[in-house]
Design a protein around this ligand. Structure first.
Ligand code: FES
Length: 74
């Protein structure tokens, strides 16, 4: 199903970008251009990212131990 009809970006493509590290609508736009024309899809992209499409965001929200170790190393 298309999320962004201006650029023909599907829900699966947004999820794939999220898995590869794009955790915000802006990062999705950088990766795919989705949301950079009429903008009507940005809320749908936000909703997709908020539903676990971005594993890294989930880790940050849960303050995964691995991220705590990264904080210590920084
Ligand atoms: S539908 Fe995504 S920019 Fe228009």
């Amino acid at each position: 199903m298309y999320v962004c009809s201006c650029f023909g970006i599907t829900e699966d493509q947004v999820k794939e970008h999220a898995v590869n590290g794009a955790c915000t609508p802006r990062q999705i736009a950088s990766a795919s251009k989705a949301g950079t024309d009429c903008g009507s899809c940005v809320r749908r992209i936000q909703a997709l990212l908020g539903r676990g499409a971005c594993p890294r965001r989930e880790l940050i929200d849960r303050r995964a131990p691995a991220l705590d170790r990264l904080d210590d190393a920084a």
